[in-house]
Ligand binder design. Structure first.
Ligand code: NCD
Ligand code: ZN
Ligand code: ZN
Length: 436
């Protein structure tokens, strides 16, 4: 028997680094064996003699803005998924705050088609909250092709929100929330002080508000994205919500905003040091469910506008995994925690029951990293159209070197090996399920 793909080298199984042979055929992992297991394959990657290279379960980004449509000048489904592949992500879940917004059936169909034609890694899609109930029901016709609904602060007062929660519950769709209470937030033109007018209280109030709506409709699956504080983590946990944070809330504080100005402008804003510190301590202690990139690309030109006019958002697909690997080297997290927060738990949150692990029957996605590769973050080298980051010049230790999607090399050592349109909708993953 000749299988499609074999990886030989280190991997992580039940939290331990072991020498292995990972066998993938027809998109699915069909075996995980010892290092010299005899098997022939069309493609073999052999890293048996490279102690610093390790295969992790394919990383999944719960929160990506691929943009596209009329925002393609910022990023599109092709450049965004190239950035994902290069950054070690095998799956991204795309956000609906595009132009036109993906909160009606026509634009959702358009978006799904653009993703299918252009993505080079696998993708999922969240829909936006529509303006009227009729549209809610039209959108639900796409229930088998979407992951759920994204709730932005500007949606909190929409009449359709309760309906969306109710339908999410009935149809087993995810509600993913940007937690900032709109009536409590104001813009602040002074770099370094956005946190003063977009406070943690606004974040907590928003989570509590979601709790109240959820309570009325019997608690759909709710995920709070990009939390910025330890308080928010604990409040979300109390409600039984899952949550993620992004590397910038763990590693940067409001002083970075003062220094780097709009390059560090993001919503919710970077927090003062004690808040960042406490969140990082939570992360080290293992209480943060997941890490997402919130890859929010804007052009460098837009980010160079005066602080108050520049758009908020930080590109993250090409920095997140290197930053997490650097945290591993600092002794803050284990590799096992790392693979949980970028793969295993995200898979659970979006309901993929055959992704996020390296085991027979699971989808054949791998993120191959070189733990010893050191490099300096240079945004001009990004695949993303957004060639800037507040992490510019940050010294990283550990780098993703390969992204394997359904047993095919999409990216390896600086080269792309998949064409536009290779990526598929992750709602089709259940079709790949095989008994191991
Ligand atoms: C995001 C964007 O640019 O789309 N910006 C941001 O600052 N995070 C929107 C969002 O995720 O809230
Ligand atoms: Zn957001
Ligand atoms: Zn976002």
């Amino acid at each position: 028997m000749i299988v499609d793909f074999v990886f030989r080298g280190k991997t992580i199984i039940n939290g331990r680094v072991v020498d292995s042979t990972i066998i993938i055929d027809n998109g699915v992992i069909i075996g995980v064996h010892g290092p010299s297991y005899p098997i022939k394959s069309e493609v073999e990657l052999n890293y048996s003699s490279r102690a610093s290279i390790i295969a992790l379960p394919g990383a999944i980004d719960l929160h990506t803005h691929l943009r596209g449509l009329r925002l393609s000048y910022k990023e599109d489904e092709y450049t965004g998924t190239r950035a994902a592949a290069k950054g070690g992500f095998t799956v991204v879940v795309d956000m609906p705050n595009t132009l036109p917004p993906v909160n009606n059936k026509a634009s959702a169909l358009m978006k799904l088609e653009e993703l299918s034609k252009n993505a080079i890694v696998d993708y999922g899609l969240y829909l936006g909250v529509p303006e009227n109930s009729e549209e809610v029901y039209k959108l639900l016709e796409l229930r088998d092709e979407i992951i759920g609904f994204k709730v932005y602060p500007q949606d909190y007062n929409k009449k359709t929100l309760a309906e969306v929660f109710e339908e999410a519950k009935k149809n087993n769709l995810l509600i993913i929330v940007h937690a900032e209470e709109p009536s409590l937030i104001k813009e602040n033109p002074i770099p370094g002080y956005r946190w003063l007018t977009r406070t943690i209280e606004a974040e907590l109030y928003a989570i509590e508000r979601m709790g109240r709506i959820a309570n009325k409709v019997g608690f759909p699956k709710i995920h709070i994205t990009h939390i910025t504080s330890s308080y928010a983590a604990h409040l979300a946990k109390m409600y039984g919500f899952s949550f993620d944070t992004a590397p910038h809330y763990l590693l940067l504080n409001s002083n970075t905003e003062k220094e780097k100005k709009a390059l560090a402008k993001v919503n919710p804003p970077l927090r003062p040091e004690p808040i960042r510190f406490a969140l990082l301590e939570n992360f080290k202690g293992g209480i943060i469910d997941a890490i997402a990139t919130d890859h929010a690309p804007h052009t460098l030109e837009e980010k160079c506008k005066p602080f108050k006019d520049a758009p908020a958002g930080i590109p993250g697909l090409e920095t997140t995994i290197p930053l997490l690997l650097t945290m591993f080297h600092r002794g803050w997290i284990s590799l096992s925690t790392l693979s949980k927060v970028i793969s295993e738990v995200p898979a659970e949150i979006i309901g993929l029951n055959n992704a996020g692990k390296i085991a027979p029957g699971y989808i054949g996605n791998l993120t191959i990293v070189d733990l010893s590769r050191e490099f300096i973050v240079k945004p001009e080298d990004f695949e993303s159209k957004a060639k800037h980051t507040p992490f510019e010049k940050f010294k990283c230790r550990g780098k993703p070197i390969g992204s394997i999607v359904r047993g095919r090399i999409v990216y390896l050592d600086g080269e792309f090996h998949a064409d536009r349109g290779y990526g598929i909708n992750i709602t089709k993953y259940h079709k790949y399920y095989k008994e191991g």
